[in-house]
Design a protein around this ligand. Structure first.
Ligand code: FES
Length: 286
């Protein structure tokens, strides 16, 4: 990354004065997204993949094409360009909602950078809305300029969004680089397990959480796929799900499937067998 950009990003991440705004905004978003159906819809649980990065392509693509038409088709492309600007504005609504939901689960420097990402996107949206109105009221030239500036802000914001994902790891499956063993591995004494009390063990270098539930022993990877929270410090509910202590994602003990976001990737599950009062695990489907 060019040094100047690195300094700008570092400066934003260090700016603790942003916390006063971001803390309140994140608390508000978390209240709105508290219902499981809302959180699951916005996170992308139903898709099995984070939804926000999928949606961002729509307004960026629409506004990019509008500017391309402005630059290459002139008056001939005016109507199509206006429609593209309008379509991008419609697509911003779900895109911003999913982004806000993801952002509210971040903390510290990442949350500050995410706040600036959202502010740039908001400014870009205002410019595109002004552009759409200008185009509709016959001031095409002003609309073209407003769209161009808006697209520039969107590009800067997209850079920060990429940094949030690829450098800070927001939205990345935190078990992606684990290498679960396919060999049966002795990890604990059966007597160490208390009903519905998670126990963290090590299976060939991979942290695993064991839970005795309804008499059976279940095992999942202990590192939450969402952001790396310790599932062994979470709670087990009566439905046989374990809840991450960090952001409340819930995973079915029987197969690791997500029952509540923000996690969208299932928790890796492990086969369990009991032999001579010892608990042995191996990666499922190994
Ligand atoms: S780390 Fe976010 S829900 Fe587990």
């Amino acid at each position: 990354m060019p040094k100047q950009i690195e300094h700008v990003i570092q400066d934003i991440e260090d700016r603790s004065a942003l916390d006063a705004v971001s803390g309140k905004a994140a608390a508000l978003v978390n209240r709105v997204t508290q219902p499981t159906a809302v959180k699951n819809a916005l996170s992308g649980v139903w898709l099995g993949h984070a939804l926000h990065p999928v949606l961002t392509d729509i307004p960026i693509g629409a506004w990019g094409m509008a500017t391309l038409l402005d630059l290459t088709a002139g008056e001939r492309g005016a109507r199509a360009a206006r429609r593209l600007v309008g379509f991008g504005l419609l697509a911003v609504v779900p895109t911003a909602a999913t982004g806000a939901s993801d952002w509210a689960d971040t903390i510290g420097p990442t949350q500050r950078l995410g706040l600036v990402h959202g502010m740039l996107n908001s400014a870009a949206t205002v410019l595109q809305a002004a552009s759409w109105v200008s185009r509709l009221t016959g001031r095409r030239r002003a609309g073209v300029v407003l769209s161009g500036v808006g697209l520039g802000l969107t590009g800067a914001s997209a850079y920060l969004g990429g940094h949030l994902s690829y450098v800070n790891g927001v939205g990345v499956n935190h078990t992606a680089f684990e290498e679960p063993t396919g060999k049966w591995t002795d990890v604990a004494a059966l007597t160490a397990l208390v009903e519905d009390k998670p126990l963290r063990v090590d299976a060939g270098g991979v942290p695993v959480v064991l839970v005795r539930h309804g008499g059976a022993v279940k095992a999942l990877s202990a590192t939450c796929t969402h952001a790396g929270g310790p599932l062994d410090e979470g709670k087990v509910d009566a439905d046989g799900c374990i809840h991450c202590p960090w952001h409340g994602s819930a995973f079915r003990l029987s197969d690791g499937e997500v029952t509540r976001g923000p996690a969208t990737v299932a928790q890796p599950d492990w086969d369990v067998k009991i032999s001579q009062d010892r608990v042995l695990v191996r990666a499922a489907n190994a």
